[in-house]
Design a protein around this ligand. Sequence first.
Ligand SMILES: [Zn+2]
Length: 241
Amino acid sequence: MRRLPARAELPPATCKKLEKESKAIADAENPKDEAERRYGNARKAKWFKPVVDSLGAMSGVGQRCMLCSGSEASQVEHFRPKAIFPLEVMKWENFLWACSICNMNKGGRFPPETEPGERIINPLEEDVWSFFFIDEFGNLTARWRPDLNDVDPRAAKTIEILTLDRDALQETRQNRLDDLKARVQDSLELSRHGNLKQADLRSRYDEWRTQPFQPDVASYFLDGPGRLESPFAEFCAKAKC
Ligand SMILES: [Zn+2]
């Protein structure tokens, strides 16, 4: 997970169409079946394209999955699952852009409605870094809650359901972190010898922030609480970013 921009506005015609579809589902005798049918048709229809385009744009360069940041996203993920919330199937506020692994892992799981546990985290609605941190090995980890004397239960449930601790993700997160640290250290070294000016550091920083390779690591260490850690703190002070 990573910090994402605020949800974009859809073109008015697309909003209208989504509203119309939602109304038809609500009025149907069997809303669940009607939602499945209408959503299946919508995914193949031209009018739905602005939805997919907007989700892709909010995901940033490389359109990494909004949930794991690991793979290219290709599926509309219903935050509130289709099977349990048919009236939310055509709601823009319910759409995320996800990879097939995350979409499949989440499936119909949505505590507390579907199983005991806390609500999972929506990266488009909440500040993910108040729930998680990335450690020195690149592990995405639930934050400790002193008031509960335990890890944050929502973060822990989110990691469990989406398997955000899967080996492939941990590995690429660690690679990205090692790579980012090496670039930052190299830039600081060049700057110490007068070979890079503040503007050069700043342009490197901007470039790293838009690289699509495991962007959760960049989000945490360049834009999030990880900025306070070495060597990022020294870099950000010198680059004035
Ligand atoms: Zn994913």
